[in-house]
Design a protein around this ligand. Structure first.
Ligand code: G6P
Length: 607
């Protein structure tokens, strides 16, 4: 989703903005632009549809702005198609802005301004905000910003420059994230920390409606009434290497390989004396005893992690769990309230629907627990209880290591819950925890046998459509396998509960159609094999993900990826790895942009 960078300092501003925007490319975008105060103190705007390289090429052709202050943006289209005109920055006369988020009342404001004779050249809500700022401008940027944000509904992070205040960058946010980086004689604004890590690790987290002013002499922060405030300076614990590719061809492959470390970093600090210990996250056995039901609310991959969580929690703790897509939960008037626990899972901690679902749950009296990767993000800050996953920065749009640590946390949580409600004793809990601790090593061994997944992927590239099937935990896993594949290979794919196939979907099976069958659950194995035979006998090409020890007969599978022996319950932790690799290599074989798939955004901060 849109990325913002702003800079004031001694370096070449254009270079800093382009470098910062390149670090935000992972968020997903379809156009880019910058506005820089040139050395003659005039604002120079350059923008272009498409990748950042298009903008660079355009600047090489038309002239590159040179100066020491400016703002930059990568746009993920919401209002108006991706085009040069709709790209940010947008100018409203004396005011030029970049924007992340959605101004929900932009139509009303547009009509109001149009009545006053203001004209518009783009389809964007952002231009409306720029024109409103210009309309309200009284010579004092702070006063103008505080007045204008009172009229703006929706979500926004804005980087703003005023033509008559050269070399000063202003920023304000509501809902959409924004940080203010502080270096030696230079300062930055950015949608996310990676954009500034080449220059500084110190930053302020801008809160709702706070205004930052970046000048050559440093950063000042004001509240929504224009009063100066002091804020705590934070230090990022990520380093520059963590956001580089480290020799891998793609971030996604690097992140798949980082999974064992991510699991260790996430679970080890939460295990004491062989038992889960989530006290530092505000969770005790007593807290857990009191919940009558659990909701898990999330979007995309995080929701799929919730599906695994549901099966595991219900299986061993026998507490009912409802998994909800956040955008559905918030509008379906859910029966949730006191005595319920609502778990929000989110890598970014900024997903608009997940955040809104959390607000609703709180309003209705439920307790909220956030499982979040991005430190200091909105969801992390606002939930009643918080478990950070320690995946480190995830750059590839298709999530892998974040999913892995989300499910690792789901396991720890389920074990603790089962212990709390007396469904397992300490010995059993220790046995389960010990198995979870084994998973990083097992994944390391699996990652050594990637060839089979490459081979499977090469057999998928000509497919138009395929199915993933499984039962129970394998079904939960199939959902993630299918999403991963479609996100980055652009091949249509659906996941289906294997037993449900014959009630309609089996009519889609035709000669040679690939079906990826996940069959890791001993209990359900024979049942799944019967479903596999049903599709096989109708011409499907079956790719089976199952235990290595199973030797499929010819009427069962065409290709097999073998997994090591492991407990059924924990199988998803390792079985997801071949699914991720199959998606990855299919995308590579098709020559797609693996890390930045079309139309997708990493952090979806709008509805
Ligand atoms: C986007 C991303 C997905 C992600 C989902 C939820 O759609 O492309 O990879 O799973 O948002 O994001 P979150 O940050 O809340 O986990």
């Amino acid at each position: 989703m849109c990325g913002i960078v702003g800079y004031v300092g001694h370096r070449d501003c254009t270079d800093v903005l382009i470098n910062g925007l390149s670090k935000l490319e992972y968020r997903g975008y379809d156009s880019a632009g910058i506005a820089v105060f040139n050395h003659n103190q005039k604002i120079h705007v350059a923008k272009s549809k498409g990748r950042l390289q298009n903008l660079i090429d355009r600047m090489n052709q038309d002239g590159k702005p040179t100066g020491c202050a400016g703002i930059g943006h990568t746009r993920w289209a919401t209002h108006g198609e991706p085009s040069d005109i709709n790209s940010h920055p947008h100018s409203g006369g004396r005011v030029t802005i970049v924007h992340n988020g959605i101004i929900e009342n932009y139509k009303e404001i547009k009509d109001y301004l149009a009545d006053k004779g203001v004209t518009f050249s783009s389809d964007t809500d952002t231009e409306v905000a720029a024109k409103l700022l210009d309309y309200n401008y009284n010579g004092s940027p702070i006063e103008t910003i505080t007045e204008t944000i009172r009229d703006l509904e929706g979500s926004y992070a804005l980087g703003i420059i005023f033509a008559d205040h050269p070399n000063v960058v202003y920023a304000v946010r509501k809902e959409s994230p924004l940080i203010v980086g502080v270096g030696e004689n230079e300062s930055f604004i950015a949608s996310d920390v990676p954009a500034v890590l080449d220059y500084t690790k110190d930053y302020y987290l801008l809160e709702h409606e706070e205004i930052a002013v970046l000048t050559e002499s440093g950063v000042q922060i004001y509240d929504s009434f224009g009063r100066k405030i002091q804020k705590e300076l934070k230090t990022a614990d990520w380093d520059v290497e963590a956001i580089g590719k480290g020799g891998y061809e793609h971030f996604m492959l690097k992140e798949i390989h980082e999974q064992p470390t991510a699991i260790r970093n996430t679970i080890m600090p939460r295990i004491k004396d062989g038992l889960p210990n989530l006290e530092e996250c505000g969770i005790t056995l007593d807290t857990l005893r009191n919940f009558r039901q659990i909701f898990i609310v999330a979007c995309g991959t995080a929701m799929h992690a919730g599906m695994v969580g549901k099966y595991v929690i219900e299986k061993i703790a026998r507490v009912p769990v409802i998994v909800d897509i956040a955008s559905e939960f918030r509008y379906r008037n859910p029966i949730v309230g006191e005595g319920d626990l609502v778990i929000i899972i989110s890598q970014s901690g900024e997903t608009a629907d997940s955040k809104a679902a959390m607000h609703l749950a709180k309003k209705m009296g439920a307790k909220t627990l956030a499982i979040v990767n991005a430190m200091g993000s909105s969801i992390a800050r606002e939930a009643d209880m918080l478990i950070y996953t320690h995946a480190g920065p995830e750059i590839a749009v298709a999530s892998t290591k974040a999913y892995m640590v989300q499910i690792a946390v789901m396991y720890l949580f389920a074990f603790e819950m089962a212990l709390a409600v007396g469904k397992i004793d300490e010995d059993e809990c220790r046995r389960l925890v010990a198995m979870l601790e084994e998973t990083p090593e097992m994944i390391e061994r699996l990652l050594e046998k990637k060839e089979m997944t490459q081979y499977i992927a090469s057999s998928l590239i000509t497919a138009d459509s395929l199915l993933y099937i499984g039962r129970g935990l394998d079904y939960a896993l199939s959902m993630e396998g299918s999403l991963k594949l479609k996100e980055i290979s652009y091949i249509h794919s659906e996941s289906y509960a294997a037993g449900e196939l014959k009630h309609g979907t089996i009519s889609l099976i035709h000669d040679g159609m690939p079906v990826i069958a996940v069959a890791t659950q001993k209990e359900l194995f024979d049942k799944t094999v019967s479903n596999i035979q049903e599709v096989k006998s109708r011409g499907a090409k079956v790719i089976l993900i199952c235990r290595d020890s199973y030797e499929p007969e010819t009427n069962t599978a065409d290709l097999k990826f073998g997994l090591p022996e492991f407990d059924d319950l924990l199988m998803p932790m390792i079985a997801v790895v071949p699914l991720q690799l199959i998606a990855y290599y299919t995308s590579v074989h098709k020559g797609n942009d693996v890390d930045k798939p079309r139309n997708l955004a990493k952090s979806v901060t709008v509805e």
